[in-house]
Design a protein around this ligand. Sequence first.
Ligand code: PMM
Length: 278
Amino acid sequence: MATTPVLMGVVNVTPDSFSDGGRWLRPDAAVAHGLGLLADGADVLDIGGESTRPGATRPLVAEELDRVVPVIAALAAEGATVSVDTMRAEVAEAAVAAGATIVNDVSGGLADPRILRVVAEAGVTYVAMHWRAHADQMGDLAVYDGPGGVVAAVRDELAARVDAVLAAGVAPERLVLDPGLGFAKLAEHNWSLLRDLGRLQELGLPILVGASRKAFLGRLLARADGTPRPVDRREHAHVTVVLHCARQGVWGLRVHDVRASRDALAAYDLLHPTEGAT
Ligand code: PMM
């Protein structure tokens, strides 16, 4: 029996994230945004200081630390459950010291393998996302022509990360997997992964999905001339993805508009009581 997914509200403390870059760059603006997401019903706040938009260049470690640590400290002090969205061991370490209890690593430990030891030693939850390369190279790697296509490839590549994460000493009950929608993936790959979430769940671990505001939704809703629907006008399609994921029994959803997903899940839980609420 499925339970209502955890809603992870996104706080991007970056100048250039594709969905909300620059809006919450000042610490006080980021903290206020996080508090607003909590009021809207977020279970977790995911604080990130590095944009992973296709083609993005990486911030210096010091810049990333300056962006996220004060925001994490302030939101953890308010009682929020805080996740840090980072690929760097040094940032994960500082974030945990500031109060983060989840490390959300879009590289699944590939970008900076020491992050796995940091997570193991801290005893925090680890989200390992499917990833092939940094943002400046991932576009060339959206190729899945082996048997079973994208779903088999993502499952097998995630299974290899699970082995590495567990070998580093992270407890299995602290591990969450994520298919990494939009990371080295074309729109058709994202839709295939969403349709076949059950294949990823065969790995026996909770699944987090981040579809919110992504380009594949903009393409789905494009104008007749091919112009993608702007980032802030993709929410109806996204909420449908959210309900689909809830039906598949995902553990969590990483979303920008917490209120929209929370409201939709409230109605969904009443309509599907046998699958629903905890
Ligand atoms: N997507 C983005 C950033 N972090 N983390 C996880 N676990 N899963 C995702 O799909 C994911 C992520 C990129 O989106 P954003 O720029 O809107 O934050």
